[in-house]
Design a binder for this molecule. Structure first.
Ligand SMILES: Nc1ncnc2c1ncn2[C@@H]1O[C@H](COP(=O)(O)OP(=O)(O)OP(=O)(O)O)[C@@H](O)[C@H]1O
Length: 217
C-alpha cells in the first residue's frame, strides 16, 4: 500500500525533519506513528499523501512512485486518502451535514446518493442526530468526529490522521480511537500520528516510532 525507502526531508533553512526512513505499510493495517514533539511524525504522514515532498528517497503509494507523479495526477492520488489534519478546518458557515456533503459535491456525486452517504458517515461517527447543527455548537470531540465523517465519506482506502485527539479529554479521545478501530475492522488502512503514549502497543496495531527524524522501531 505505502512503501518508503531511504526517505529524507529537509525543510528550507536546512532543518532535517526525517533522515533515511524506510517502512512498509500494508493494506488494511492500523499503524501509529509515534515519537516526541519534533520527531517528524507530521512530516512523515504528510509525505504519504504528497502534501510535502521528500528531499531524498522514494515513496510508493498503491504502486505509484510519488516522485514521478504529474501535478495533474495529485487529486487522483489524494482520493486514496481521508485526511484528519489539524489544518483541515471545518466550515462554520454551514451545518454538520453540509460539511460532510462538500467532498461528495467536489467529485460530482449525485445529490440523492450524496445525502445517503453523508448521513451514513455521520451515523458511523455517532453524529446523525446533530446533522443540522452548526459545527461551532459541537464539542471538541464531536468536531473531531465530524472531521472523521468528512474524511471517510468518499470511502478512501487510507484514513490518515495527525494528532486527532490533541486537546481532547480522555473519554473523548477513547471514543475517537474506537471510531478509527471500527474503520480498521472493515478493512480501511488507518495511519495515526500521535504523541500520546497510551496508543502504542494496542492489540492489532503496529507502531512506527520516530526519534529525531529516524525510525526507532
Ligand atoms: N513547514 C516547515 N518548515 C520548516 N520546518 C518544519 C516545517 N514543518 C516541520 N518542521 C520542522 O521539522 C521537524 C519535525 O516536525 P514535525 O511537525 O514533523 O514533528 P512532529 O513529530 O509531528 O512534532 P509535533 O508532535 O510537535 O507536532 C521539527 O523540528 C519542525 O520544527
Amino acid at each position: 500500500m505505502i512503501s518508503c525507502s531511504g526517505v529524507g526531508k529537509r525543510y528550507p533553512g536546512g532543518l532535517t525533519a526525517l533522515d533515511n526512513v524506510s517502512c512498509e505499510i500494508g493494506a488494511g493495517e492500523m499503524v501509529f506513528v509515534t515519537g516526541h514533539s519534533g520527531a517528524g511524525k507530521s512530516t512523515l504522514v504528510k509525505l504519504f499523501a504528497a502534501i510535502e515532498r521528500p528531499t531524498s528517497g522514494s515513496i510508493v503509494v498503491n504502486g505509484q512512485n510519488l516522485a514521478a507523479l504529474r501535478p495533474g495526477a495529485l487529486p487522483y492520488l489524494r482520493r486514496n486518502f481521508g485526511l484528519v489534519f489539524q489544518d483541515q478546518k471545518l466550515l462554520f458557515d454551514r451545518n454538520a451535514l453540509d460539511n460532510v456533503l462538500l467532498p461528495l459535491a467536489i467529485v460530482g456525486t449525485p445529490r440523492h446518493e450524496a445525502l445517503r452517504r453523508a448521513q451514513a458517515a455521520l451515523d458511523k461517527v455517532g453524529l446523525l442526530d446533530r446533522a443540522r447543527a452548526n459545527p461551532i455548537a459541537l464539542s471538541g470531540g464531536e468536531q473531531q468526529r465530524l472531521a472523521i465523517a468528512r474524511a471517510v465519506v468518499n470511502r478512501p482506502a487510507v484514513l490518515l490522521a495527525d494528532e486527532p485527539t490533541a486537546n481532547l479529554d480522555v473519554d473523548s479521545a477513547a471514543g475517537i480511537l474506537d471510531i478509527f478501530r471500527a474503520f480498521h475492522q472493515v478493512g480501511v488502512t488507518v495511519i495515526i500520528a500521535t504523541h500520546d503514549p497510551q496508543w502504542s502497543g494496542l492489540p492489532g496495531a503496529r507502531e512506527l516510532r520516530l526519534a529525531r527524524g529516524s525510525l526507532a522501531q
